[in-house]
Design a protein around this ligand. Structure first.
Ligand SMILES: [Zn+2]
Length: 249
C-alpha cells in the first residue's frame, strides 16, 4: 500500500520527501499515525502545530479549559478574540486551516483510558502529576509511546518512553505516583513562553522520531535551562517493584 500523494501534498511535504531517512515511506507512516495530545496549553500548542504541519494523519486533542487572556503570553495557537472559547475548538479550527489533509478530533473532557487505548503515541502537555501518572499507566498497559514534558520559570524537562519496545522503566520509576503535586506551577510561579516552545518542539520531534523508528532513548530525561542556555541528558533506571512496570519482563 503506498501513499498516493497529490501534487498539492507532494509540494506540501517536499522537505520531508527530499530526506532519504523520511521520504515517501516515512510520510506514509506519519499519515497513518494516531497521536493524542493531552493539554492544549504552552506545550500542546507547538506540539499540535508541528504535528499537523508534518502530516500526522490522526490527531486527537484533549483539554477541558477555555482560552484566557493570561494564556496568550505563551499559547501560540490562540488569538485575543478566542478568549472564553474552548481551547480544543480553537485549536481544531487552526489545525484544519493549516492542513486540511489530516483528521482532527477534539475532546472537551479529562482524559480517559478508552481514548488513550486507541492511539499510537500519547503526548503529555499537562501541568498535572495525577494526569501524567494516569497516562503513564495506560500507555504502559496498551504498549504505546508516551512523550511527557513540563516547564516552569526558565526550565523545562522531557522524558519519553517506547512501551511498544520496552516493558520496564516508566515515569513512575522516576516520579513516584504517591508524590504530592508540586507546590510551584506556571499559574503561581510563572514561565518563559519560548521555553515551553522549545520543549514542545522537542516533544513533536520525539513523536516524529518514534513514528519513523528512530527513537532509542527510552526513559532518558532531557533538561533545558533556558537562562543558562544549556541542555542536559540524564539516564534513569527501572525501580524495583514499580507498581506500573514492575511485573513486566
Ligand atoms: Zn515503572
Amino acid at each position: 500500500m503506498s501513499l498516493e500523494l497529490s501534487h498539492e501534498q507532494f509540494m506540501r511535504y517536499s522537505r520531508h520527501l527530499l530526506m532519504g531517512d523520511i521520504g515517501e515511506a516515512g510520510q506514509q507512516k506519519l499519515s497513518e499515525a494516531r497521536v493524542l495530545i493531552v493539554g492544549l496549553g504552552g506545550l500542546g500548542c507547538p506540539v499540535a502545530l508541528y504535528l499537523a504541519a508534518a502530516g500526522v494523519g490522526h490527531l486527537s486533542l484533549c483539554d477541558p479549559d477555555v482560552v484566557e487572556l493570561s494564556n496568550l503570553q505563551r499559547q501560540i495557537l490562540y488569538r485575543q478574540t478566542d478568549c472564553d472559547e474552548y481551547k480544543v475548538k480553537c485549536a481544531e479550527r487552526e489545525l484544519r486551516a493549516l492542513n486540511p489533509h489530516i483528521n482532527v478530533s477534539s475532546y472537551k473532557t479529562e482524559i480517559t483510558d478508552e481514548l488513550i487505548g486507541s492511539q499510537d503515541i500519547v503526548v503529555d502537555c499537562t501541568d498535572n502529576l495525577a494526569a501524567r501518572q494516569l497516562m503513564n499507566s495506560a500507555c504502559h498497559k496498551h504498549k504505546l509511546g508516551f512523550v511527557s514534558a513540563s516547564a516552569l520559570g526558565w526550565e523545562g524537562q522531557l522524558v519519553a518512553f517506547d512501551f511498544a519496545a520496552h516493558g520496564s522503566l516508566c515515569l513512575n520509576c522516576i516520579i513516584d505516583r504517591d508524590s504530592p503535586e508540586p507546590m510551584q506551577n506556571c499559574s503561581n510561579s510563572g514561565v518563559v513562553g519560548p521555553v515551553l516552545g522549545a520543549m514542545g518542539s522537542l516533544q513533536a520531534t520525539t513523536v516524529i522520531r518514534m513514528l519513523l523508528g528512530y527513537f532509542q532513548q527510552h526513559g532518558e530525561m532531557q533538561r533545558y535551562d533556558g537562562k543558562a542556555g544549556r541542555w542536559l541528558a540524564l539516564a534513569a533506571s527501572a525501580k524495583q517493584g514499580c507498581v506500573v512496570c514492575g511485573e513486566a519482563d
